[in-house]
Design a protein. Structure first.
Lengths: 114, 565
């Protein structure tokens, strides 16, 4: 099934919950995501499986919460790969995630009040 | 909607933000932690009502944090809800196994979150209620135990002021007797001899024990004053009947032993068969022939006793049904047959008491005792063996007036409305030596009084008293005469003198009548004739002598009593 960049229903619900703090949430997500992607890169570079799994798990969760379902699913498969990790494959996965993230970022920045 | 303080621990900032906002919008206070260690520290500092923990966090993960938080919470129940994006059953189960009380899946659903918060808070409040109730129960229990301790101390003082440790008595009474309603009393009589009472109150616990106090008071109080066994039983019965609620009574056996006369009188009400064992092995089984004490009205109380002679070496056994009803783990009762067999097969009577105890305990073995065993054995001995023990009691005995005289004159109003006999008897019983004879004295007073009142003051004739019809007419006339009494008197004169053997009481009753011709000496002899006049003949049979005096309006009798030792 084709996952949306951002799940529309979740987005609406989130907006509803957060109300005036929606913007804060989005900004928090963006800065968190950048950091998280950096951590993932580092973990892969030093081949730290534990750190990779932790970061992937966490990123999966936060993407899920904001409705970025495709990105979340990618993080999930990365997390699952850790058991029998192939670092080269991991590196490729990360690159794909970074590309996906750019789309999410774009979407969000459109929605952010200026 | 209640407001709770919630601790949210998640290493992801946006997750924390979402959750906190949801919670705040629901009206709760939120405290945030970014990892397990912070969560534990904040829990300690903030004391939240609820903790939301992310399962996987850096520094310290959710499971470890949960463990520490539960320990910090101690006895209190602070619900922990795990936050997890894990979906498989095994992982979710792990959250609960690790000490979580529930879990919440990401992405968060507001409705579910609110429902879970309410559910967990209900759990917390119920737990709090349970704690309060438990504490209350513990407090009540401590209070009750304290009360029981005090009750037991009072009971021990009242119940154990007697001579149960006399060398001729062997007894068994559980230290918890105050709580199973059993009581064992023994006291020397000032005139020599001993009273022993075994009581088994219905029920258990303090209600059963409460009746034991007035019973012990009456027993010891009246025994030391020299009252007889039947008077004491009568008094106890009256007291217990008046104070105990319906359905509560006391199975009892009382014994009056005289070492001087070598006799035993036994009153049994409601106890199982008690045994008299002679040295030669002959065994007499005495069955209860009365209702327990505290059941019947004092008018219906029957003080009939068994009377037996006992030689030194003979023994008497009193027990409650605790022995017969002792059950083993097959729920079989010990029963009377086993008891009888034990008696039949024990040659040396000295060993019998301990053997009974051992045998019953052997029977019970591991199963819990229903009823503690209460029993007593008393050995008849020669009077000289017991004298020294009794001397102490004699010297402490209550004393009373020994040489005195009094007169008491009753006018028509008093005669019409008042029965003077109890009051007069009370005066006479101030003499300790007269107390064992209270029944006899009452009879003497009653007969002399009715003679004076009916034949003297009211001039009724005994001629009517030949048949039932006549008796009925007589008493009808008596009542009419009394109702219409306006003149006349009856005077009682008493003179008590000590004698070498004990004392003598001279009684004279004078009436306002004109008297009659009683012939030569006026002495009344017990024994002859017709129905009327038998009252005075009864008086004569109970006294040293009884005679008419003066114009026939005076009657005189001399009653003598002897000290027992």
């Amino acid at each position: 099934m084709e996952l949306a960049v951002i799940d529309e229903q979740m987005w609406a619900e989130l907006k509803d919950i957060m109300e005036e703090d929606f913007g804060l949430l989005l900004e928090t997500f963006l800065s968190d995501a950048e950091e998280r992607l950096g951590c993932l890169g580092e973990a892969i570079d030093v081949m730290d499986a534990a750190a990779l799994r932790e970061s992937a798990h966490s990123f999966k969760g936060s993407c899920g919460n904001i409705g970025a379902m495709r990105l979340s699913s990618m993080a999930s498969s990365l997390e699952q790969q850790v058991a029998s990790i192939d670092w080269a494959v991991a590196k490729t996965s990360l690159v794909e995630m970074q590309r996906e993230y750019l789309q999410v970022q774009q979407f969000i920045q459109q929605e952010l009040p200026s | 909607m209640s407001q709770y303080k919630v601790l949210v621990a998640d290493d992801n900032a946006s997750d924390r933000l979402i959750l906190s906002t949801i919670l705040r919008k629901q009206g709760h206070l939120v405290v945030q932690a970014a990892n397990g260690q912070e969560a534990v520290d904040l829990f300690d500092a903030e004391k939240p009502h609820l903790v939301l923990l992310d399962a996987l966090m850096p520094v310290m993960d959710g499971f470890e944090a949960a463990r520490l938080i539960k320990r910090l919470a101690g006895e209190d129940l602070i619900p922990i809800i795990f936050l997890t994006s894990l979906k498989d059953a095994a992982s979710l189960a792990k959250c609960l196994d690790a000490g979580g009380d529930d879990f919440l899946s990401k992405p968060y659903n507001r409705v579910i979150l609110e429902a879970k918060i309410n559910a967990t808070q209900r759990m917390r409040q119920m737990h709090e209620t349970l704690q309060k109730q438990r504490d209350q129960i513990a407090e009540n229990n401590t209070y009750m135990l304290q009360e029981q301790r005090v009750a037991k101390a009072v009971f021990d003082n009242v119940a154990h002021s007697g001579c149960l440790d006399s060398p001729i008595i062997k007894h068994l009474l559980s230290p918890l007797a105050v709580f199973n309603g059993d009581v064992l009393l023994a006291a020397h009589k000032p005139s020599g001899g001993m009273h022993i009472l075994l009581g088994d109150f219905t029920g258990h616990g303090l209600p059963a024990a409460i009746g034991a106090m007035p019973l012990a008071e009456i027993f010891y109080g009246m025994t030391v004053k020299g009252f007889g066994m039947t008077d004491i039983l009568r008094e106890i019965n009256m007291k217990l009947k008046s104070i105990l609620p319906v359905g509560v009574f006391c199975c009892a056996g009382m014994v009056d032993i005289s070492f001087w006369k070598r006799t035993i009188s036994v009153w049994l009400g409601g106890l199982p068969n008690c045994y008299l064992l002679r040295q030669n092995g002959e065994r007499i089984e005495l069955a209860s022939n009365h209702l327990p004490v505290g059941v019947v009205d004092h008018r219906a109380f029957d003080d009939n006793c068994y009377q037996y002679n006992m030689e030194p070496g003979d023994r008497f056994y009193l027990w409650s049904d605790g022995i017969h009803e002792a059950r083993n783990d097959l729920d079989e009762m010990y029963g009377e047959e086993r008891l009888e067999a034990l008696f039949d097969h024990t040659e040396d009577h000295d060993l019998l008491f301990d053997r009974i105890n051992d045998d019953v305990n052997e029977h019970i073995k591991n199963s819990a005792p229903d009823d503690d065993i209460t029993m007593l054995e008393v050995l008849m001995v020669d009077e000289s063996e017991i004298r020294e023990e009794q001397m102490v009691v004699k010297m402490g005995a209550v004393s009373g007036p020994t040489d005195w005289s009094m007169s008491y004159k009753l006018g028509p109003t008093t005669l019409r409305d008042f029965n003077p006999l109890p009051l007069l008897l009370h005066q006479l019983l101030e003499v300790p030596g007269l107390r064992p004879h209270s029944g006899t004295l009452y009879t003497l007073l009653a007969e002399m009084f009715s003679n004076a009142l009916e034949h003297g003051v009211m001039r009724l004739s005994s001629d009517l008293k030949v048949d039932p019809m006549g008796f009925a007419k007589y008493y009808q006339m008596r009542q009419e005469g009394l109702d219409n009494l306006t003149a006349g008197f009856v005077e009682f004169c008493f003179e008590h003198t000590p004698t070498a053997e004990g004392g003598s009481l001279l009684m004279r009753v004078i009436d306002s009548g004109s008297g009659f011709d009683y012939g030569d000496d006026g002495v009344v002899k017990a024994g002859d004739g017709n129905f009327h006049g038998r009252g005075l003949r009864l008086v004569a049979s109970l006294c040293k002598y009884a005679r008419h005096r003066g114009a026939g309006n005076q009657f005189e009798a001399l009653f003598e009593w002897q000290r027992e030792i």
